[in-house]
Design a protein around this ligand. Structure first.
Ligand code: ADP
Length: 265
């Protein structure tokens, strides 16, 4: 805390007042430090794929392009790194849009059961892993007011992690429950799990439990941070529970109004 004092003095020189202005510099310093750390992280995240690409391109230019076995492999690596950088920059743009004050959701009333089911269908169709899907969804409509595009991204980010960290032959379970004034959406996997000390940090920008491993899986470290911002914009919460070696559940809540539901039935 910093205090600035101004003395109020009459022409006679008589002091008849004192104004104290208190600044909460600790809060401001914290924001500045976070911003510096974020810029350092972004620079590092961009430098890593760029240096990889540089060395592969140099090798190709030095003659590797003539080797019919090596060349396609090197080109594939540079192309994968390019894709990851594009994803990273798109994620950063997404976050910067959400950080701006005039960020608006395009909300509509949606039956979340149908919406969720459709997204699960889409991911089940396109998944490349040997993982089974189990749905535990209510067999009645649950109407909530959401921005469909944003909510699609939230679910996509959570489910693609569940797939990424699932073991061969594992199961991913999807559930949806309504509880008082909210709905709770959960995605559970039987994967590696998350250590206790990391559980609170996985929603932070660029936090990864195992940096080398998740980079190899093509992650940007921003997926859950984006999901968290989007859920917060909807008035909900997001959290994780996990047991190492057993699996992880990512859940989020959204406001739900029973009276609105009655209007639709
Ligand atoms: P990434 O792009 O690295 O996946 P995310 O923001 O989506 O970034 O996730 C942050 C980190 O949280 C991941 O790097 C991973 O360590 C951990 N994580 C997220 N989901 C899971 C999961 N289902 N199982 C195990 N670890 C997970």
């Amino acid at each position: 805390l910093r205090a600035n004092f101004s003395v109020i003095q009459k022409e006679t020189g008589f002091v008849n007042g004192l104004i104290a202005v208190l600044h909460d510099i600790t809060e401001q310093e914290k924001i500045d430090a976070e911003r510096r750390e974020f810029v350092a992280n972004v620079s590092h995240e961009l430098r890593t794929p760029l240096t990889t690409m540089r060395s592969y391109l140099e090798a190709l230019a030095d003659g590797a392009w003539r080797d019919e076995e090596i060349a396609p492999n090197f080109l594939e690596v540079t192309s994968m790194e390019t894709e990851r950088m594009i994803r990273l920059v798109n994620d950063l743009l997404q976050l910067s849009k959400m950080d701006s004050t005039d960020y608006k959701l395009n909300k509509e009333w949606v039956d979340f059961v149908v919406f969720y089911d459709r997204i699960i269908d889409r991911l089940e169709m396109s998944k490349q892993q040997n993982v089974t899907f189990k749905r535990m969804l209510p067999n009645r409509a649950i109407f909530v007011e959401i921005d469909e595009d944003k909510m699609t991204q939230v679910l996509y980010n959570i489910i693609s992690n569940a797939l990424k960290y699932s073991p061969e032959g594992g199961q991913v379970t999807f559930s949806l429950k309504d509880k008082d004034d909210k709905i709770i959406v959960s995605v559970s996997d039987e994967g590696v799990g998350i250590p206790k000390e990391s559980i609170g940090k996985i929603f932070d920008r660029f936090y990864r439990v195992d940096k080398a491993r998740t980079r190899k899986l093509g992650g940007t470290g921003l997926g859950l941070a984006i999901a968290k911002e989007m859920v917060k914009c909807h008035g909900g919460n997001i959290w994780a529970t996990s047991r190492e070696g057993k699996g992880t559940t990512i859940s989020f809540s959204l406001p739900f109004d029973h009276t609105e539901e009655d209007d639709w039935s």
